[in-house]
Design a binder for this molecule. Structure first.
Ligand SMILES: Cc1cc2nc3c(=O)[nH]c(=O)nc-3n(C[C@H](O)[C@H](O)[C@H](O)COP(=O)(O)OP(=O)(O)OC[C@H]3O[C@@H](n4cnc5c(N)ncnc54)[C@H](O)[C@@H]3O)c2cc1C
Length: 398
């Protein structure tokens, strides 16, 4: 039976980045991915824009991915946050934070393509298309059954990593607790032509119906993530494009001048789901398998990338057995603060800003004013947005 130090289930953006990080070490690594890599780029989900934080840029540099991605990345030099119908506003700028950009926008398919390209050349065994069927932990190994080209195979490893997304089979088979909250909201995503000449300003506009995020995109377009109550989103997405645009314009206002939708929109149900414990005997969950967040703050991949590089950092600073309990505890302890803070922050923002109660409106307007006017609060918020609120791992090959 082929034996590895680490088997990663899921070769999405997070699992792929972990494999690339570990390929810089002497660990023997296999990655098991259900969808052929070429198919990733054609999925609707792959066309969405991902806002990468400034901190994620540094991590992608360590994985040798940034040189390729930077050619396609749109810098965000200002972030503008407002609340429809209220006075509170907050602005962050790269200049005052003394960085080249607060973050960048890259299409998910470009990240996936860059990861797949590097993986094909890396010292990693790729099993694709292949599905996890089952696993059991016995005598210090995880024994994993997978289906490759319709044939069942057994592999063993010291550490099994679940990077298999929100519906993680690793999480289900391992009996990890999952805490879930359905927001009863859907996100409508799409691309927009805008009248204004802004190209490096990201907008977050809170409305009584839910938040609207507008990210600068390529070809002079803006990328939309519009959160709405589920029923309303389902009605709106069926409407003719000009009616949908008129509704969006009314909610978003004139910050970008006249808006016009280009191409089709997609819609996703929004939930919060997280595993309070992400490590078990010889198993660890990372990325969306560990925490699936509302996209309002654009944090899901950024957080998952910090999981991947954080885990690689732990595994690369010890030569001992990859799945030993002590290393997993070090990883879990280091990641706990960041995971808890980002999950809690995103959840609170959604609840506070998707509600039209007068009391909450007063709190959020005062909150936005405080964030804008008090430098200490603003700097803390900026560090969180830029993915710098907690220690970032630095990889050292072993
Ligand atoms: C509308 C929207 C906008 C977003 N915007 C942002 C943003 O601006 N910034 C940001 O940081 N994040 C954003 N996110 C979140 C981000 O997209 C996710 O956090 C990220 O894609 C998670 O990556 P992952 O690799 O953990 O999981 P996934 O992308 O779900 O990958 C899991 C992989 O596992 C494979 N797999 C699943 N089951 C099996 C199995 N049994 N066997 C083998 N393989 C399997 C799948 O084929 C897949 O390739 C957004 C999300 C949405 C919905």
């Amino acid at each position: 039976m082929p034996d590895y130090d680490v088997i990663i289930i899921g070769g999405g953006m997070v699992g792929g980045c972990l494999a690339l990080a570990l390929s810089q070490s002497s660990r023997r690594v296999a990655i098991v991915e259900a969808a052929p890599f070429a198919e990733h780029a054609s999925k609707d989900a792959s066309k969405r824009a991902i806002a990468l934080s400034w901190g994620s840029r540094g991590l992608l540099e360590q994985l040798d991915l940034w040189a390729v991605l930077s050619e396609a990345a749109m810098p965000i030099r200002q972030i503008h946050v407002s609340d429809k119908g209220h006075f509170g506003k907050m602005r962050l700028s790269a200049e005052t934070q003394q960085v080249e950009a607060l973050g960048y926008v890259v299409e998910a398919s470009q990240i996936e393509a860059a990861v797949a390209d590097r993986l094909a050349k890396a010292d990693v065994d790729l099993l694709c298309p292949a599905q996890l069927l089952d696993y059991r932990v016995t005598e210090g190994r995880a024994v994993v059954s997978v289906q490759v080209d319709g044939i069942e195979k057994s592999l063993s490893c010291s550490l099994l990593v679940g990077a298999d997304g929100g519906l993680s089979k690793v999480r289900q088979l391992g009996g990890f607790e999952l805490r879930e909250h359905a927001y009863q909201q859907r996100a409508i995503t799409g691309l927009l032509k805008v009248e204004s000449s802004y190209r490096d300003v990201a907008f977050e506009r809170f409305t009584a119906e839910g938040p609207i995020a507008m990210l600068p995109h390529f070809d002079d377009l803006y990328s939309l993530v519009w959160t709405l109550p589920s029923e309303l989103a389902e009605q709106l997405i069926k409407q003719p494009k000009d009616e949908l645009t008129a509704r969006l314009q009314l909610q978003f206002g004139q910050w970008l001048g006249a808006l016009s939708l280009v191409g089709d929109c997609q819609s996703f149900a929004l939930n919060l789901a997280y595993a309070p414990t992400t490590v078990a005997d010889r198993v660890v969950l990372i990325g969306n398998a560990a925490h699936q967040l509302h996209p309002v703050a654009g944090q899901g991949f950024n957080l998952g990338l910090r999981d991947a590089v954080g885990l690689a950092d732990v595994l690369m600073t010890t030569n001992s057995d990859a799945g030993e309990a002590a290393s997993l505890q070090v990883y879990a302890k280091r990641r706990k603060l960041d995971q808890g803070m980002i999950t809690g922050f995103t959840d609170q923002v959604v609840k506070l800003f998707s509600n039209d109660s007068a009391a909450l409106s007063l709190i959020r307007n005062n909150g936005l004013l405080l964030l804008d006017k008090v430098p200490a609060f603003k700097n803390q918020f900026a560090r969180q947005t830029m993915g710098l609120a907690t220690r970032l791992a630095r990889l050292k090959a072993n």
